[in-house]
Design a protein around this ligand. Structure first.
Ligand SMILES: C[S@@+](CC[C@H](N)C(=O)[O-])C[C@H]1O[C@@H](n2cnc3c(N)ncnc32)[C@H](O)[C@@H]1O
Ligand code: SF4
Length: 328
């Protein structure tokens, strides 16, 4: 049996969070209880990932700082020589933690989030004062020559803030900024989806948003042009690139490990295709189930291409929605 070779690993070590952002697709929160792998299970995953030739880990959550063993896990990555991105909302960062993170040779990038162009706007979405903490963290790493990546996820009322957000980061040398509209809520409760519905950017605004983003990328080269929304032409180009690859779009994907060890090829929570528990084995057999999933992805692409003729789409969410609808 052949097994799928993992080059990169996206691991959510927890879904607990010191914030409870109104837009969060994970429905985070300080009281969020869900099954989490033990320290030893995660270390075992890292060792197996390294042994099978893995190179790069995206260490994320929820908020990874909610785990008391967070630095023990990062020490393990460092000992294995696995390069990693560390993702945090920055609220729990202090001098000691920043210094500790910066001391890792293997820290490739620090990821953080900004949800509006001012502290007040940011707080209105995440309900905590993490705006200055995020900017301080970027500034700290920037001075040390360590790359930072800021994701700015914008709600409908803030969509025109994109340029002001880029201005906030224009003085840094090693910082990239991704700006993406809030288009869906993942596995939030129906009640919370309803409560926060006004945050969603409607599809009719995507085209205009893309035009502006394109202009901003010319003006601010550190602005990452890719957002989560794709037009038909972008999807066609992507499909043309991978359509003759036996792994189809999976050739572009990391395996995602949820806090309970479930492995999938989706960053969202709603994809029912789980390829085993990572702490038992990272080996994903390239069997009928695996290739059946690829066939489903091909059909999903056809469906999404059709849909994107009318409106631009949030591609990853559409894939999961399509798969759920055919499995029903
Ligand atoms: C899930 S968080 C994990 C890391 C950390 N807690 C943080 O907020 O930076 C990763 C990123 O997903 C973004 N995100 C959360 N919910 C989203 C949604 N409904 N649509 C788009 N992005 C979302 C967050 O704003 C954040 O930038
Ligand atoms: S977006 Fe990040 S900080 Fe906000 S609730 Fe979700 S996991 Fe926590």
């Amino acid at each position: 049996m052949e097994y799928y070779k993992l080059n990169s690993l996206y691991i959510e070590v927890t879904h607990a969070c010191n914030q409870h952002c109104r837009h969060c697709y994970l429905d985070g929160g300080i009281h969020k209880k869900c099954a989490e792998m033990t320290t030893e299970q995660i270390k075992h995953i890292f060792a197996e990932f390294k042994a099978q030739g893995g190179r790069y880990v995206i260490f994320t959550g929820g908020e990874p700082l909610m785990r008391s063993d967070v630095f023990e896990l990062l020490d393990c990555l460092e000992a294995l020589g696995l390069r990693f991105t560390f993702a945090s909302n920055s609220l729990g960062m202090n001098k000691e933690r920043l210094e500790k993170l910066a001391s890792y040779r293997c820290l490739e990038e620090y990821f953080t989030s900004i949800l509006g162009s001012t502290a007040e706007k940011h707080k209105a979405i995440c309900r905590k004062d993490s705006f200055d903490a995020a900017i301080n963290a970027v500034s700290f790493f920037d001075k040390k020559g360590i790359s930072t990546f800021v994701q700015s996820t914008l709600c409908n009322d803030y969509i025109d803030d994109a340029e002001d957000i880029l201005k906030l980061f224009s003085g840094f040398k090693n910082c990239s900024v991704k700006i993406t509209p809030i288009a869906s809520f993942g596995c939030k409760s129906e009640e919370e989806k309803e409560e926060n519905r006004n945050l969603i950017v409607p599809g009719e605004r995507f085209e205009d948003f893309h035009k502006k983003l394109h202009e901003l990328c010319e003006k601010y080269p550190f602005c990452v042009g890719d957002d989560n929304i794709l037009c038909r032409k972008q999807i066609e180009e992507a499909v043309n690139e991978y359509k003759n690859n036996p792994l189809y779009s999976l050739c572009w994907h990391s395996v995602c490990v949820r806090p309970n060890g479930d492995m999938s090829f989706s960053y969202n929570m709603n994809n029912p295709f789980v390829f085993g528990k990572a702490y038992e084995s990272l080996k994903i057999p390239m069997d009928d189930k695996f290739f059946g999933y690829i066939e489903l992805l091909k059909k999903a692409d056809e469906y999404i291409l059709e849909k994107s003729s009318f409106n631009e789409v949030e591609y990853d969410t559409e894939i999961d929605n399509y798969i759920n609808s055919v499995l029903k």
